[in-house]
Structure formats: structure tokens, C-alpha cells
Design a protein around this ligand. Structure first.
Ligand code: G3H
Ligand code: ZN
Length: 284
């Protein structure tokens, strides 16, 4: 089928209390594994395309691979720009058939984030393309924030209302203390902020940095309005660990299919567990 509706999938998740997984794609095997397991689980799925991955794969290849996977799929597959940093990047993706976009203006002052996000929403909505915006700062685990810096990075609920009203976004990624990469300790999510943002905006909310968040925290986030959860690092680690295991057993392997095949299977296992945890199985 053609690419699915981003807004439709997230609104359905919000209504029925589940989250749709965004799994980032880094190559052909990631794309195949994610879409195959989504079909096996009967779950809608979002393919996350970061600017780095687009650069690595080449935008034409990425678009063609994602399109082929969606066309083969019996469940909705959505191709989503992840952390898009500029209007130009958004335009590039739209020209290549993307049907949903994340514009991440969170590194700009609030007013500039509003202006950039609004401009993107106007262009995207004119084409029927949906938009996710970000507020507060979702950093990396390496950022190791002090208490004050953490507080400064968290979403301000009052700003969230103003941001949503001024921009017209379809989904909001509020910074609530999650981070990209492997957490060193237990992540400390600001659930009160999440609840407040949900109550004030009513929008589907997005949780970034899904790798390593305990299952119970994931369930709580979904109960508090999260209907999209992003995962990348966990799949990257599963993929690479499987390749390491092949070579640990036999250093003489030279056929890429002999290590990329097991790596693809490893991603399938990781994604299946997340789809079940997020509650999206059977919702496709
Ligand atoms: O936007 C992508 C995600 O937030 C992925 O985060 O690599 O920590 O799973 P992660
Ligand atoms: Zn992210």
C-alpha cells in the first residue's frame, strides 16, 4: 500500500491507548526487518529517516527502499524525517515523496523555533503532509546534565500551548528528560510535565530516546498521552552485536549475507519486543 497517514496513526494510538513505534532506518536490512516484523505483528510502523542516515544511504535510495517496503506491506508504513534541521531539508524530503516530517527547531530560541516550525507546517499542510515539532532540548546521554541544566532543558508547559497554537503542528515531542543513546543509569522522566503538556495541548505526544527506558516507564508514558516512541540505538546495537557474534565464531567469514542476515534477524527480535510493549500489535 502507499505510505500511511502519520496523523491518523498517532490519533488512533491516542484514542486507544497505544504508541506507534518509530524505528530508524540505517540501511536496507533495517528497513526490511522493521517492515517485516510490523507485518507479522499486524502493527502500523514509522520508518525514521535522520539527516545522517539520509546522507549515508542517499535520499533516492532511501526513498525507493522505503517505498518498496510500504508497497509490499499489508500494514501502514510511514516514512518520517527525523530531527529535520532546516526548511531546505524538509523541501528535499517532500520532493522525494516523504509524507511526514519532524522539524526540530529546539536548538533555536523559542520565537525562532516557532517561526521555523510554522513555516514548515504551512508548506507541509498544503501538501497533506503532517508535522511533528520539538520543544525543550532532547540531548544525548553524553550530555550528563546538572540539575539546573536538566530543568532548563525540560519542556515548559505554558510554552507548549503557545507553540502548538502558533505553529499548527500535528504532534509534539516535549523534552521530558529522555536522551538519545544508551543511558548510563536509570532514565529519570518528568511524568508530571508530560501530564501537564497532554492536558494543555491534547495533541499526540512523542517520546524520543526510546532505547533503554524501562518497560514500566514506557507504559506510564503511553498512559500520559505518548502515542509515538522513537527507537534507534537499541536496533543498532542488536545489529552490530549479531555481526560481532558471527565473527567471534568464525573469523574467515567473507560473504556479507552470512553476517547481515543474522543482523537483520536480531533487529526483528528487538522491534517485535517494542511493538508488543507499545501495544500497537494488531492495530495495523
Ligand atoms: O529520534 C530518534 C530517537 O529519539 C532514537 O533514540 O537512539 O536513544 O533510541 P535512541
Ligand atoms: Zn530523537
Amino acid at each position: 500500500m502507499p505510505f500511511g497517514s502519520f496523523k491518523g496513526a498517532l490519533q488512533d494510538g491516542l484514542k486507544h491507548g497505544y504508541a506507534v513505534g518509530q524505528f530508524n532506518i540505517n540501511n536496507l536490512e533495517f528497513t526490511q526487518a522493521i517492515v517485516e516484523v510490523a507485518n507479522e505483528e499486524g502493527s502500523p510502523v514509522i520508518l525514521g529517516a535522520s539527516e545522517g542516515a539520509i546522507k549515508y544511504m542517499g535520499i533516492e535510495y532511501m526513498a525507493a527502499i522505503a517505498k518498496a517496503a510500504a508497497e509490499k506491506s499489508k500494514v501502514p508504513v510511514i516514512l518520517h524525517l527525523d530531527h529535520g534541521g532546516s526548511f531546505e531539508m524538509v523541501m528535499k524530503c517532500l520532493r522525494h515523496g516523504w509524507t511526514s516530517i519532524m522539524i526540530d527547531g529546539s536548538h533555536h530560541p523559542f520565537d525562532e523555533n516557532v517561526a521555523l516550525t510554522k513555516k514548515v507546517v504551512e508548506a507541509c499542510h498544503a501538501l497533506g503532509v503532517h508535522v511533528e515539532g520539538e520543544l525543550g532540548r532532547i540531548g544525548g546521554v553524553e550530555d550528563d546534565l546538572t540539575v539546573d541544566a536538566r530543568e532548563a532543558a525540560l519542556v515548559q508547559p505554558g510554552e507548549a500551548v503557545a507553540f502548538v497554537q502558533a505553529t499548527g503542528i500535528d504532534a509534539l515531542a516535549p523534552a521530558i528528560g529522555s536522551a538519545h543513546g544508551h543511558y548510563q543509569g536509570k532514565p529519570d522522566l518528568a511524568f508530571d510535565r508530560l501530564r501537564e503538556v497532554r492536558d494543555l495541548t491534547g495533541l499526540p505526544l512523542v517520546l524520543h530516546g526510546g532505547t533503554g527506558i524501562p518497560d514500566e516507564d514506557i507504559r506510564q508514558a503511553i498512559r500520559l498521552g505518548v502515542s509515538k516512541i522513537n527507537v534507534n540505538t537499541e536496533n543498532q546495537s542488536a545489529f552490530t552485536d549479531a555481526i560481532r557474534a558471527v565473527f567471534a565464531k568464525d573469523q574467515a567469514v567473507y560473504d556479507p549475507r552470512k553476517y547481515l542476515g543474522p543482523a537483520r534477524e536480531a533487529i526483528k527480535d528487538a522491534v517485535r519486543a517494542k511493538i508488543r510493549l507499545f501495544g500497537s500489535a494488531g492495530r495495523g
